[in-house]
Design a protein around this ligand. Structure first.
Ligand SMILES: *Cc1c(COP(=O)(O)O)cnc(C)c1O
Length: 408
């Protein structure tokens, strides 16, 4: 059916004047000026801007050290390498994540050992992970939980499992910059050598450098990760070509090329300075959605456990499908026709052709992830949205529900 035919075949509906994108970065003149200054400075690759950004980032999250990288994916790949996770083992993770969480496990020669998620937070379920550790024992070489949507996992339990099984815990904190678990910021790591926290500064994330990532960990882990991130060379280019540089270096391991540029670091640093205001707006938008959607029985709003600070990277809504005559795909389509952009986080990894075929997964091997996927989609949530934008989204959701309610 064409869009026009579809529109004329349904009753008149609420439609905002212009398309509201699912995500937009918040870039202001300060960001632009800082980047232009770097372009004019003559030093573009990793140098003084990186050093400054890494210091400011580690201070902000309360980590002893931070390493700026080319992406969040690079941060996880480097972390698993620096932590010496041996090839041929299993790494426990969630199917409810972006594909790169599992890809890095494959890339170090291991296999992802998926464990199903909790129905409320959609985070990796601690009891399931404990069962997997009992069942697979020494085969498991690491745990890689994801702070889904910006709601922290039950971190104390995963860190305890890591300690008692003597295996590292690498956190995918791509959504969780600004989040906290029991008043401890996600990323706050000091003396724990068997732990790394990996952030993404991708364009849609809570703070951005266009593309980028940050790893936090102990001083020792960050040092080793730094080597892994830049060809395994004992001196980076600032240490070779900078004012006090020396041409000499040693190659200590077959490292990656995952460093961040000074251009990106300048943007990352100005974004970092504004994160609290970004965070306040995200939290206010989430609260407004939750309040305004509360009376619509056909949708379920996301929860926040009382002991966490939610980063509100995503606002995943879930449909009560038996009460509707349409499925999630059609719901999303009807929102698009009303000029509201949405997305879905995530298509469970065990249903993706690569993982499904390689490991022979069935859809219902992880029943919570599979069932919740069928009824979920994410509403726009970013600091540039006005209260009016939020109201438009709510009006559109209300209208789609009203047009497609199942009559009993
Ligand atoms: C964005 C994202 C990543 C990847 O981050 P990049 O910086 O794009 O590499 C990893 N995991 C999750 C859950 C993400 O949302």
């Amino acid at each position: 059916m064409s869009e026009l035919a579809r529109e004329s075949s349904t009753r008149p509906f609420v439609r905002r004047g212009s398309f509201l994108p699912f995500a937009l970065p918040t870039i202001d003149e300060e960001d632009v000026d800082e980047v232009v200054d770097v372009l004019r400075s003559g030093w573009l690759t990793s140098g003084p801007q990186i050093q400054k950004f890494e210091r400011e980032f580690s201070t902000e999250v309360g980590a002893t050290a931070a390493l700026a990288l080319s992406s969040g994916t690079a941060a996880m790949h480097v972390a698993l390498s620096a932590l010496d996770v041996p090839a041929g083992k299993a790494v426990i993770t969630t199917p409810m994540t972006f594909c790169s969480t599992a890809h890095v496990i494959e890339q170090i020669g291991c296999r992802p050992l998926f464990v199903d998620v909790e129905p409320d937070t959609l985070n990796l379920e601690p009891a399931g992970v404990r069962r997997a550790l009992d069942e697979y024992g020494d085969e498991v070489a690491a745990i890689l939980p994801v702070h889904y949507a910006g709601h922290p996992v039950e971190l104390d339990q995963f860190l305890e499992m890591g300690r008692s099984h003597r295996i590292p815990v690498v956190e995918d904190a791509a959504h969780a910059f600004g989040a906290a678990f029991r008043d401890v910021a996600i990323g706050e790591v000091s003396g724990q050598d068997q732990r790394a926290v990996c952030f993404s500064l991708y364009a849609t994330k809570n703070i951005t450098s266009g593309e980028g990532g940050v790893l936090t960990g102990s001083e020792a882990l960050v040092q080793t990760s730094r080597l892994w991130s830049l060809h395994g060379m004992s001196r980076d280019s600032w240490q070779r070509y900078g004012p006090r540089g020396s041409w000499d270096y040693e190659v200590l391991m077959p490292g990656f090329k995952y460093n961040m540029s000074d251009i990106q670091a300048a943007l990352a640093a100005t974004q970092l300075r504004r994160w609290r205001s970004f965070q306040r707006t995200r939290t206010a938008i989430a609260a407004r959605y939750t309040a305004l959607l509360a009376d619509i029985d056909e949708v379920e709003t996301p929860i926040r456990r009382p002991h966490v600070t939610h980063a509100w990277h995503l606002y995943p809504l879930r449909l009560h499908l038996p009460a509707l005559t349409i499925d999630r795909a059609e719901f999303v389509e009807q929102l698009r026709l009303r000029n509201i952009g949405t997305s879905v986080h995530f298509i469970p990894l065990h249903t993706q052709p690569y993982y499904r075929d390689r490991y022979g997964f069935e859809r219902d091997d992880f029943p919570v992830a599979a069932a919740e996927f069928d009824r979920m989609f994410s509403l726009p949530i970013y600091p540039r949205m006005s209260p009016g934008d939020v109201d438009d989204v709510v009006a559109a959701v209300r209208d789609v529900v009203a047009a497609n309610r199942r009559r009993s």
